[in-house]
Structure formats: C-alpha cells, structure tokens
Design a protein around this ligand. Structure first.
Ligand code: AMP
Length: 122
C-alpha cells in the first residue's frame, strides 16, 4: 500500500518552524519535544525530520543514516530524562486501528509513574 504524507500535519509545521515546540533534543535527522498534553510526568515525542507517516513507512523507506539517528535519538532522550532505572513505555500509534492522531511518525516515551498494563480490554 502506498503511503501518502500530508505536509500540513502539525508535526510537519513544527519541523518547518511554523509552530513552536518544547524541544528536548535535536539531531541531524530527528527531533524530540515534550507532548503538549502529557499523560505522565515524562512524555516526550520523538519524530524523524523526514516525511514518514508511520513506523512501518519509516522502517521500509528511510535511509540507514536516518534509522540510526532516530534510534540513537530515542536512546539519548532516555538518558537525558534519566528514565533508564525506573523504566518507561514506548508507543507508536499507526493508522485507524492504532488511533493515530498526527500522521507523521512519532514515538511516545512515557515515564515517571507506574503506567499500568499495556492495553485495556476494550
Ligand atoms: P497520536 O495519537 O499517537 O497521534 O499522538 C499525537 C500526540 O501529539 C498527542 O499525545 C498530542 O498531545 C500530541 N500533540 C499534538 N499537537 C502537539 C503539539 N503542537 N506539540 C506537542 N505535542 C502535540
């Protein structure tokens, strides 16, 4: 299935500097910033700078340099936030069933409190 990237999504606007963000880390190919509606004491979103809709889109199409940079950026955010000891959860929602609101790949990094079980039964 072809992936169609909408460059009017809010994270694309953040990347173009049209909307402010609370940056945690910026690298050559990635940006990490605090979620505007945090669901835990630590709630950081990590996005690639390239136009990828979802993790599968990215994993299938990004360059090795982008993938390495993005993975290292996630690791660096964990270090910067000091969450390696207490633990954390990483989530990347995709598409309709994943209930993805913003169609630009993002990983949520959540930490700082017990996060409950992974999924509810609904
Ligand atoms: P998802 O449902 O996985 O697509 O998550 C989208 C996330 O983006 C939500 O947690 C929102 O709170 C967050 N969000 C939306 N707009 C912004 C923004 N301008 N800055 C930071 N986070 C945002």
């Amino acid at each position: 299935m072809p992936y169609t990237y909408d460059d009017q999504n809010i994270f694309a606007k953040i990347l173009r500097g049209e909307i402010p963000n609370d940056t945690v880390l910026e690298t050559e190919h990635s940006l990490a910033f605090n979620d505007i509606q945090p669901q835990a004491p630590v709630h950081v979103l990590v996005i690639p700078k390239g136009p990828y809709v979802s993790y599968d889109h990215f994993a299938q199409n990004a360059s090795d340099a982008e993938i390495a940079d993005y993975t290292r950026a996630i690791g660096e955010v964990c270090k910067l936030k000091g969450i390696e000891d207490g633990g954390f959860r990483m989530i990347s929602n995709a598409g309709e069933n994943g209930v993805q609101e913003v169609p630009h790949l993002h990983v949520h990094i959540l930490a700082g409190r017990p996060l409950g079980r992974m999924l509810d039964k609904a």
